[in-house]
Design a protein around this ligand. Structure first.
Ligand SMILES: N[C@@H](CCC(=O)N[C@@H](CS)C(=O)NCC(=O)O)C(=O)O
Ligand code: FES
Length: 104
């Protein structure tokens, strides 16, 4: 396992809800990342860990291989890849995201 893969593993397994994004929850640096934060807020995410890929080129590239998903943002819940901002929005509209976030 490569070093960056291990770092990502530790992040997504060490926190319940992890969003890899551009910028921070307070200051998203891209509309897609901003939308992801808005969706998580609307869904009532009980906790949220964010990782700013703009400050870490290795993770910015490594995250694309990790779940074989080519773009940012990327949401992980309970160590599992959920999707990008489009999937998050669809899952919010269907109620699936709230169910995933709030399961015991
Ligand atoms: N439709 C995508 C939008 C995300 C997207 O297109 N992200 C681009 C622009 S921010 C990206 O990550 N490009 C690769 C990069 O910037 O490293 C989604 O559902 O999340
Ligand atoms: S930074 Fe340009 S679309 Fe996300």
């Amino acid at each position: 396992m490569s070093n960056v893969h291990e770092r990502i593993d530790q992040l997504v397994k060490g926190h319940r809800v992890v969003l890899f994004m551009k910028g921070t929850a307070q200051f998203p640096m891209c509309g897609f990342s901003g939308r992801a934060i808005q969706v998580l807020k609307a869904a009532g995410a009980p906790e949220l860990t964010t990782f700013n890929v703009l400050e870490d080129e290795e993770v910015r590239q490594g995250i694309k291989d990790y779940a074989q998903w080519p773009t940012i943002p990327q949401l992980y819940i309970d160590g599992e890849f959920v999707g990008g901002s489009d999937i998050m929005m669809e899952m919010y509209q269907s109620g699936e995201l709230q169910a995933l976030l709030n399961k015991a």
